[in-house]
Design a protein around this ligand. Structure first.
Ligand SMILES: [Fe+2]
Length: 341
């Protein structure tokens, strides 16, 4: 995110770059933008969801509706928030350094459907069910609860994604914590995950468009189409397994219906931020259907979900991980596994 080359962006008044990742399959969009020191971006409103992660700097966002009161909230590096749907908003730089942020949106899908930027950016409709001027709307909330098999956090603001407390989600992998956030009544939501050094997640798949951001430590990801089966190496398809390296500041996006599996080979616990469809409060069918059921990504494929338990995975996956850790000088902390079949 930090190294992407930015260019002047006439519409926003700052600098930016739109990033198209193959796995986003044009359901989610993404851009990185910069607000100059002492400056602000042009006000905008739009009928697509937008979730913003602050990569660098400090500042504030002003939110309002035509003729209404202005709501102001402050943020800094690591903050996550979302301007409510179609509400005017303006981002200000509050520091001496440029502000850099990553935004993930549902703009590609909305643009494809309506094909009219004037409508998308200049529609007067007020979605008051999303935001009706509630006091404290843009403050971190404590509304955390369990829904199905997910840890949900309904909050319209996360002050620092890197420091947010997470709940255990051991079913997703040894030592894994995952908390899902639901923000501003959006169809887009996401989660924050962390897991210890020397460990990795179980593989799983779902619909397209999940943008994943590396926040701490480093490692790699394995991705393969579900058509290749649970054990792609044993099945002779090892050459079609994609391996990506991730690190702090890196962004990647697994295509829909592709197994993906996150490995930590760095010396510290790893942390990821995901911005995606798959809201548990306002589900998007295309994303949810591929999981086959609400909690599909937490349910073993044996039981009708889309996750591969350690005992069902390709033994080559563990061998590769152990070899990578050896090279990195990090001890393997994975539990022993007795392979099925
Ligand atoms: Fe995933």
């Amino acid at each position: 995110m930090r190294d992407v080359k930015l260019a002047p962006w006439r519409r926003t008044g700052g600098k930016g770059a739109v990033i198209y990742l193959y796995g986003s399959e044009a359901v989610s969009g993404m851009y990185v933008a910069e607000i100059p020191s002492g400056g602000s971006l042009a006000p905008e409103r739009h009928i697509y969801d937008e979730i913003i992660y602050i990569v660098e700097g400090i500042g504030a966002t002003e939110v309002w509706q035509e003729g209404g009161k202005k709501h102001l909230f402050e943020w800094r590096r690591g903050s996550l928030f979302s301007p409510p749907l179609n509400r005017w908003h303006r981002l200000f730089n509050g520091g001496r350094e440029p502000v850099k942020f990553l935004a993930v949106t549902s703009a590609p899908m909305i643009m494809d459907l309506y094909r009219n930027p004037e409508f998308v950016f200049n529609c007067p409709f007020v979605f008051s069910e999303r935001f009706a001027g509630e006091q404290g709307y843009f403050e971190a909330s404590n509304k955390r609860y369990r829904k199905g098999m997910a840890n949900l956090w309904e909050t319209n603001f996360i002050p620092d994604v890197g420091a947010a407390a997470l709940e255990s989600e051991e079913k997703k992998g040894s030592g894994v914590n995952i908390t899902m956030y639901e923000m501003a009544g959006n169809s887009m939501a996401g989660h924050i995950s962390d897991w210890p050094a020397g460990r990795y997640h179980k593989a799983h798949y779902h619909g397209p468009g999940a943008i994943l951001v590396g926040l701490q430590s480093s490692g790699y990801v394995l991705l393969w189409s579900k058509e290749l089966g649970l054990r792609p190496y044993a099945g002779g398809h090892g050459d079609r397994v994609v391996e990506l390296r991730w690190k702090e500041g890196g962004v990647y996006c697994p295509p829909g219906g592709w197994f993906h599996q996150h490995f930590n080979t760095g010396p510290t616990a790893a942390r990821h931020l995901a911005i995606r469809f798959g809201s548990r409060l306002y589900p998007a069918g295309f994303y949810t259907a591929m999981k086959r059921q609400d909690d599909g990504v937490v349910i073993s494929i044996k039981n009708g979900g889309t996750m591969i338990d350690y005992e069902d995975e390709d033994p080559e996956i563990r061998r590769r991980f152990e070899a990578e850790l050896k090279r990195a000088g990090v001890p393997c902390e994975m539990p022993q596994v007795a392979y099925s079949g």
